[in-house]
Design a protein around this ligand. Structure first.
Ligand code: B1H
Length: 809
């Protein structure tokens, strides 16, 4: 049946009445939302079911993306868009006098991730389905998403994010697919069974992993893939072993929180258990499926590609080995061959402190058999290097060292592909941090620059600009992101440039309304909206931005008539709960904001807005309103960045260091349409090698730096006695690990250019247009298509066929 507006209205009324016994006038937004979601689900369920059946019947090779984080945000609008129902539903609801956008606000963000890494995993889910590729996600169904951030007296306060309280409309619990996981055995012994020696686990406990599946709807192609998130439960047969509430709670806790407190050994053990839990559940489930389809495990790599997203799921490697050896009775060599053919790994960071290492005894306690297998992988690896005459590479690349398991080593040794997430990152991986591995296995290393879900960031988030695009270049860009380049023809067309500026202005008005409500602060859409939105981390250098704000404020205090373009500095950032320095920086941003925002003498030329509880949904509001995108990490530190891509696609101009994917953005838009400054990777590397950097020299010799830093400690910014001193010390006594002071003057100079450029609205709009036009380059569709072709060797199984979602019952 064709999904028409009339049909939708009739169905909507019927379901609302059946579900809630109310009519439209009485219904709450929650009831309206649930009703709408149920119609959407019914619209894709059949395609979902068919897709699973087809893949099994045709024996299509499938990718499984294992990630400890998935950060999809809200799904209602993107499902509607992907199904091709968006306009019909909006118009139907309008006829019913319902405000669609108000209804969408009810949905809680699915925030099962911290930042870029989790968002990338969600983008890849969407892109796989939208490319008709058979790809599944495998992760954890956390009861609490990423913490809810409140700012109290300028400090970050973390509150639980109970996103599941009102249920999740998009998930389906699949009891029949549950699997059991054995942990904490105290001993493993070998027993003969059916002519094989099999390990028998003594002691320990069994946990049941129950999957909740979320349908991932492809963009107007009828392809619905599966995102499988696991929850932990106590199996009925084991109930007597969990007698106290405390023991039961331990199991519930397993999937409660996204990032358990890693300052205690209990928290760290819990995190490791989470890693093993979703890995074991996922791999068991894949093998079951494979065997049920009647395939031989010898041929696993013809049907299955398993992707390890950062090292968190690396236990995939020993777990698959365990199942092949112990349950399927393969010999080591054959099992290893299968495992390495199936596994591939993405590295997302080269920061030493983020490289996972686990104490041996944690893994031993978790599962002694897994530890045995890791030891054997290590033993054979060391032996093979000795045989190859490359013993000198053993210490730096071996898996077990200093009583710790190095997860990166395990990942690289057990995979056939290792990729970085931007060209520079891959180059640094090969030439510096993982160079010894690169010398051993050059063929494994490759680059896959990140991408973004352009449909969400443009079609859904920026309807104003989308309308301008439709009018100017037609609608093909909605399907093929590269067609945005057609816009280049209009770079000197005054009418189009004005329309682009106007769209931006309307988005700024919308954001200003939000800021008025949330922060009680009036900001003018005529000012430059200068945006830095990302996790708070010293290497991302929110501090560099803040120091410049202080500098501008000092200049204005000296000369209130200073001719600068009014600017609103907008921050959105969460700090990891245990990351003290990051929290100190948040406090400083807020107090500098308080001082500036309440000072009448500077005539509203500066405002500082810290938008609390930054999320995917807030990003959808902020990004379309941004004029300037701050991408100012210390060169070599940001593996890729993805907000840089979202912001350029929405016409913001980037102020950037030559780091991560900023470099590729520059290559796309050209030097004239981006503002580059700062130390290069070679300069940073040289400072690190020679240890010649002296932050005190900058403080003592450069008056503008001294003046700004002194403001942190001389009481001129109220309420940061402790925090101001802390930041001052980080930048001086602790020698400014991220070269903030070295880059400060370059940053001031480039921002002066931004100030000048903004004064010429048409020239600015032209640069903005070029950024939008080139934004299509960073579509996640293209990125996953490269993974599909070059790493996973999977092929599209669904061709574009919009009609499929219309088989609506
Ligand atoms: C990225 C992480 C990360 N890199 C450890 N590494 C985590 C590491 O909970 N943990 O233990 C969580 C996250 N996240 C980001 O990945 C990079 O910093 C970005 O530059 C990159 O764009 C993003 C996606 O590749």
């Amino acid at each position: 049946m064709q999904f028409t507006k009339e049909y939708f209205i009739q169905e909507f009324k019927k379901r609302l009445n059946e579900g809630y016994a109310v009519d439209i006038k009485q219904a709450s937004n929650f009831e309206l939302y649930q009703t709408l979601a149920s119609i959407v689900r019914s619209g894709y369920n059949n395609a979902w079911h068919q897709n699973i059946k087809n893949n099994a019947r045709e024996g299509n090779k499938q990718a499984y993306y294992f990630s400890i984080e998935f950060l999809p945000g809200r799904l209602l609008q993107s499902n509607l868009l992907n199904m091709g129902w968006y306009d019909t539903v909006i118009s139907g609801l309008k006829d019913l006098d319902i405000d669609f956008y108000e209804v969408t606000e009810i949905e809680k963000d699915m925030a099962l991730g911290n930042g870029g890494l989790g968002r990338l995993a969600a983008a890849f889910m969407d892109a796989l389905a939208s490319s008709g590729l058979p790809g599944n996600g495998n992760g954890i169904r956390y009861k609490y998403g990423l913490f809810k951030q409140k700012i109290v007296d300028g400090y970050q306060v973390e509150l639980p994010n109970e996103w599941l309280n009102q249920g999740n409309s998009w998930e389906v619990r699949r009891d029949s697919k549950a699997v059991d996981i054995h942990i904490n055995a105290t001993e493993v012994s070998l027993l003969e069974k059916d002519g094989h020696l099999v390990p028998v686990y003594h002691g320990g406990k069994v946990i049941r992993a129950v999957p909740y599946d979320v349908g991932v709807v492809g963009f107007q192609n009828g392809c619905v893939n599966n995102l499988r998130l696991w929850d932990a439960e106590i199996p009925e047969s084991e109930e007597v072993n969990y007698r106290t509430l405390d023991e039961r709670r331990k199991i519930e806790d397993l999937t409660s929180i996204l990032y358990p407190d890693d300052s205690t050994s209990e928290g760290r053990r819990l995190r490791l258990l989470q890693e093993y839990f979703f890995v074991s559940a996922g791999i068991q489930s894949i093998l079951k499926h494979h065997k049920k389809a009647g395939h031989n495990l010898n041929k696993l790599a013809d049907y299955v590609a398993i992707h390890i997203n950062d090292t968190h799921p690396v236990l995939c490697i020993p777990e698959l080995m365990r199942l092949l050896l112990d349950e399927e009775h393969y010999g080591w060599d054959e099992a290893w061959e299968i495992t390495t053919q199936v596994m591939s790994y993405t590295n997302h960071t080269l920061m030493a402190e983020a490289m996972e290492k686990w104490p041996i005894h944690y893994i031993q306690e978790l599962q002694p058999r897994i530890y045995q297998i890791i030891c054997e992988i290590e033993r054979r690896y060391v032996e093979s290097l000795e045989k190859r005459g490359q013993a000198e590479l053993i210490p730096s690349t071996r898996i077990i060292a200093d009583n710790q398991i190095r997860m990166v080593s395990l990942a690289i040794i057990g995979s056939h592909s290792v990729n970085g997430v931007a060209k520079l990152h891959t180059e640094l991986m090969k030439s510096q941090v993982l160079n010894d591995f690169y010398r051993l296995f050059p063929e494994r290393f490759n680059n896959k620059t990140n991408g973004i879900t352009e449909r969400r960031w443009l079609q859904i988030a920026n309807r104003e600009l989308s309308k301008v695009l439709d009018k100017t270049i037609g609608k093909t860009w909605r399907y093929a992101a590269d067609d945005l380049e057609m816009l280049l023809k209009y770079q000197d067309d005054e009418k189009v440039l004005k329309e682009i500026n106007h769209a931006k202005y309307q988005n700024k008005v919308r954001l200003a309304e939000h800021v008025k409500k949330s922060n009680g602060l009036k900001i003018s859409p005529d000012a430059i909206f200068d945006v830095q939105i990302k996790r708070l981390h010293e290497y991302k250098r929110q501090l560099l931005n803040l120091l410049r704000i202080i500098k501008l404020y000092q200049d204005l205090k000296e000369n209130p008539n200073l001719d600068i373009q009014p600017r609103v500095f907008i921050f959105g950032a969460k700090a990891a709960p245990g990351y003290h320095e990051a929290k100190v920086i948040i406090k400083c941003i807020n107090e500098v904001g308080n001082l500036i925002n309440n000072d009448q003498t500077i005539q509203d030329k500066l405002k500082v807005v810290f938008i609390e509880d930054y999320s995917v949904s807030l990003a959808e509001l902020i990004i379309p309103a941004a004029d300037v995108s701050e991408q100012i990490s210390t060169a070599t530190k940001e593996a890729s960045g993805t907000s840089n891509m979202k912001l350029m696609l929405n016409g913001a101009l980037t102020v950037a260091t030559l780091d991560g994917a900023n470099i590729e953005i520059k290559d796309q838009v050209g030097d004239d349409n981006i503002f580059i400054f700062g130390l290069t990777k070679d300069e940073v590397t040289a400072h690190n090698q020679t240890q010649d950097y002296c932050a005190w020299d900058y403080y003592n010799n450069i008056p503008v730096i001294k003046r700004v830093l002194d403001a942190l400690i001389d009481g001129s910014i109220p309420n940061i006695q402790v925090e101001g001193r802390h930041v001052f010390d980080l930048l001086t006594r602790f020698n400014d690990q991220f070269f903030v002071l070295a880059d400060f003057e370059g940053y001031l100079a480039i921002q002066e250019q931004v100030d000048q450029a903004y004064r010429k609205p048409l020239a600015w709009a032209k640069m903005s247009l070029i950024n939008i036009a080139k934004g299509g380059h960073f579509s996640a569709d293209k990125t996953v298509q490269r993974y599909a072709k070059e790493i996973w060797h999977i092929k599209p199984v669904v061709e574009k066929d919009e009609a499929k979602y219309d088989s609506y019952q």
